[in-house]
Write a protein that binds this ligand. Sequence first.
Ligand code: GLA
Length: 362
Amino acid sequence: MNKINILFISLFSLLLFAQCDSGADDGAYNGDEEQGVELPMLDIDNLREAPFKIGGAISVSTLKSDEHYRNLVVEHYNSVTPENEMKMVSLSTGNGTYNFTDADYLCDFAAENDMRVHGHVLLWYYATPSWVSSFVGDRNDWLALMRTYITDVVTHFKDKGVTSWDVVNEALLDDGTYRSSVWYDNIGEDYIKYAFLYAAAADPDALLFYNDYGHEYSYVKLAAINNLVDELVDAGIPIHGIGLQMHTDIEKSENQIKYAVRTAAYRNLQVHISEFDVSVNPDAETSLTFTDSLSLSQQTTYRWAAEAMMECDEELRYGITFWGVSDQYSWRYEDDTDWVLPFSNDYQKKDAYYGLLQGMYQ
Ligand code: GLA
């Protein structure tokens, strides 16, 4: 895709965006009238009863070591994504050799508890094993390496009950151009097409996703992602869904979140909010505390995400996956003072949890 194309699509997206909501919205958090306090607090027995799948990124080591974590996963989630266990660096020990132990453990756990397993991720620029980073070969050698990896992994996990995959993760930069990676650098942009074709050949029934971030904060990137997906669909490549990571924060507007989701559903593809978490501390202030006001702002953002999913046709709602289980195990909690998930450190339901329910049922 060239830059003029991206610019044109971006302008077009901006126009559409403006039409979707004629209310004034400068992208900033709107203040008290948007907070969730005035809505009644609903509850259901657990999130498994929700009108679409709810999942979490699961760490196998925490699943084994923390009983409360495990209990919460079993109680609320009917979909799991391995946090790291299916990344190439975790699975691949050499060309054609693998360590499936932790990922298999998660698949067995999911089968015992009647959960869907979403495979994450076949190709990414990051988490590449050193034997791959240092591999030397021509384009055909790289395609062969990639084919062997995707074929072996998808075939293995087909038998373990994995029914969907993030085939390619984060292939684009914020300016809409392709990101450098061993795949892009050695094969060219076609690596994406081949990845989907190889995955489909190994498991023709699997749902195949393109996963990325930034849909809700960058029109340029959103347009580039949608353009890439459209090109794949037009070329007859088997792609079935869009993963919107949505590692987002309370400063993003309702429009930004809902418009991103709408553009995915507009393509008649499965819509997965695939790595959802909502920062209350986007500026990483070290002295911040989690006040009621921040909690209610976060509740509102969670509500918008659920509303956005409910706006999609039922058959396109692949679900919402949180990137973690409870706040203290979130990747964003480690570095900053932040509380990004619907469950607190002590596994209690936060306002964010009730925001989800508001979005689903009101
Ligand atoms: C990206 C990846 C995830 C995870 C998160 C944060 O979004 O897709 O697998 O690594 O970063 O850690």
